[in-house]
Design a protein. Sequence first.
Length: 49
Amino acid sequence: MVLAEIMHEEWRKSAIPEWRRILDESIEQKNKVRETYARWMLKVVLEDK
């Protein structure tokens, strides 16, 4: 694994729980813009399954 791939994986490990929290908050607050962005981050950028 190349260093950049290792760094990306470590970033994902710490970022995914934070973005899941943001998504939950957004849903609770009915903030559709923030919810859409959080879903995009998790699906496209962080590749959360």
